[in-house]
Design a protein. Structure first.
Length: 531
């Protein structure tokens, strides 16, 4: 009897607790703010143990150049008189000096630089916005409490601590933009409204300036899905309000950077340096352009072209590896098994979220047009991934509450374990290069005044560890990094910078870095900085 009373009290308590959670889950704005705040506060707390990350990958330095440019109040920078010494990977130095990438990620980093004094805080803010936006998308497809659960799962898995948050090359901004588009689809199909259509258009504009190709794939799929239910005339005005200014802004930006309103900086960069296309329909290698530096040839011909050639020669193997990397990043093994089971069951018995799953599958098919794929390429569809995952858990809950509780516990445990060892989930290990770079920077900081570093590479150099990156205003930078081109060509740099201490840096890769202090014009003292 006593046991029955205890069970009844426990059951009543659970029902009361569940009722309160259901009430909270219906308040979409509140839940979105809670999830976004938890993402920001959680990573801020972790700063005590894991400090602000240092850049180490070429893409990161390119985005940081864009951030410094925007923070300086410019859209781009004039071509340097000695631009040939500053050519490097993933940016252009002529006709102007700027990153090759679309501008939104750089703008976020610029906001962090201006407001907080460090560009990483732009990444931090975007992670919070992404967490809130993913929940908003889920709330359009799923019942309130299940949308809240999916938002929590996304927060734990991608909203705190991963390579999107611990680098500068994006992911969260495209995921947030894609969530606006994905979340607008069911809302417009149920009840068209100008507000929701404007959100959809805004998401499309942001995607065009974060991940243009992947955003176009997702945008076409989502717009096509909406137009199956909503006449185009109901969307024309909201789309015009958002997309026309965005298109004009993009054209003006392209004009300022490349001189052609229809040529994106990425396209200009590919024209100047690339020898192969990132898309499978352009399989033939292009003739190699003239490279002023052997390091650039090694990057674009020796590494990039070879990587794309291997991907085309072994598509099944490459696609399998790409899938495993993305699966680990977005879901992990427990959720993957649930999603696979859900999709299999959905084929036999259609589910209300089958349209979202179909959009996800079609999006992934669209990514197959790219030679290689990384998780931040697929970022626009992040919300679709968690709609599918949450739907799988919902089906599991109806099938077996016991197994549902066990799987959720396993998911949370595996995510907490991953948070404790984030390095295992990074795509590239940049720690060794960062350590060498920080050692060189400490040596340079000990020398007063302005510095000029002439960079050369030894046989052991890794092409993915590039030193020649500078701030937006090269001439006003305390440290200028330039490519050494031999005594005759380097003399023009020494004459251009007569008031700088000159160094020669030779990177031997894992064997360390030689940093030599030079007098003008002869070399004198020699110091070695090991990693």
């Amino acid at each position: 009897m006593k046991r029955e009373v205890t069970q009844r009290k426990r059951s009543a308590l659970q029902k009361r607790f569940g009722f309160q959670l259901s009430r909270i889950a219906r308040k979409q704005v509140l839940v979105a703010l809670l999830l976004g705040t938890l993402s920001l506060v959680g990573r801020a707390v972790l700063l005590r143990f894991v400090p602000i990350p240092k850049p180490g990958i070429q893409d990161e330095f390119s985005y940081l150049l864009a951030a410094d440019t925007y923070a300086s109040g410019r859209l781009t920078n004039p071509k340097h008189p000695l631009w040939i010494h500053f050519e490097t990977v993933h940016l252009i130095v002529q006709p102007t000096y700027q990153s090759k990438y679309p501008p939104v990620q750089g703008m976020l980093l610029g906001i962090g630089q201006v407001i907080f004094g460090d560009p990483w805080f732009g990444v931090w803010l975007s992670m919070g916005v992404m967490s809130a936006a993913i929940y908003w998308a889920l709330a359009g497809w799923l019942p309130p409490k299940w949308a809240a659960l999916g938002g929590v799962l996304a927060l734990i898995h991608v909203g705190f601590f991963n390579y999107w948050s611990e680098s500068y090359w994006g992911g969260s901004a495209a995921a947030a933009a894609g969530a606006l588009v994905i979340g607008a689809v069911p809302r417009l199909r149920r009840k068209p409204s100008t507000k929701t259509a404007i959100l959809l258009g805004s998401g499309l504009a942001l995607l065009a300036n974060t991940r243009p190709f992947e955003g176009a794939v997702l945008g076409m799929l989502c717009i096509g899905t909406v137009l199956m239910k909503v006449p185009i005339k109901q969307l024309a005005v909201p789309f015009a309000i958002t997309l026309i200014p965005a298109a004009l802004g993009m054209m003006y930006y392209n004009y300022r950077v490349t001189g052609d309103p229809l040529r994106m900086p990425y396209m200009e960069h590919e024209r100047q340096y690339a020898t192969s296309s990132p898309f499978i329909w352009q399989s033939r290698a292009r003739p190699a352009p003239h490279y002023n530096h052997e390091a650039l040839r090694a990057t674009y011909v020796g590494w990039d072209q070879a990587l794309r050639a291997r991907a085309r020669a072994h598509p099944f193997l490459v696609r399998t590896v790409d899938f495993l990397i993305m699966d680990d990043f977005f879901l992990g093994l427990p959720l993957t098994l649930c999603v696979v089971g859900f999709v299999a069951g959905m084929l036999a018995k259609p589910h209300r979220t089958r349209l979202a799953v179909l959009l996800l599958l079609l999006f992934m098919a669209g990514l197959e047009l790219e030679v290689t794929v990384l998780p931040h390429y697929a970022a626009p569809a992040t919300a679709l991934v968690y709609i599918a995952a949450t739907s799988a858990l919902r089906r599991l809950r109806h099938f077996s509450p016991f197994w549902f509780q066990g799987v959720v516990a396993l998911i949370v445990l595996s995510d907490i374990t991953a948070l404790a060892s984030p390095g295992n989930r990074w795509l590239y290990d940049k720690r060794d290069f960062i350590a060498r770079r920080q050692g060189v920077l400490r040596r340079l900081d000990q020398s007063p005044g302005k510095q000029l570093v002439l960079v050369e590479y030894g046989k052991g150099h890794d092409v993915n560890q590039e030193w020649v990156y500078n701030r937006a205003d090269i001439d006003r930078s305390r440290i200028v990094w330039a490519r050494g081109m031999g005594a005759e060509r380097d003399r023009e740099l020494l004459e251009y910078y007569p008031d700088r201490q000159v160094w020669r840096l030779v990177d031997h890769g894992d064997e360390g870095v030689d940093l030599s202090r030079l007098d003008r014009p002869a070399e004198r003292a020699h110091a070695v900085v090991k990693r």
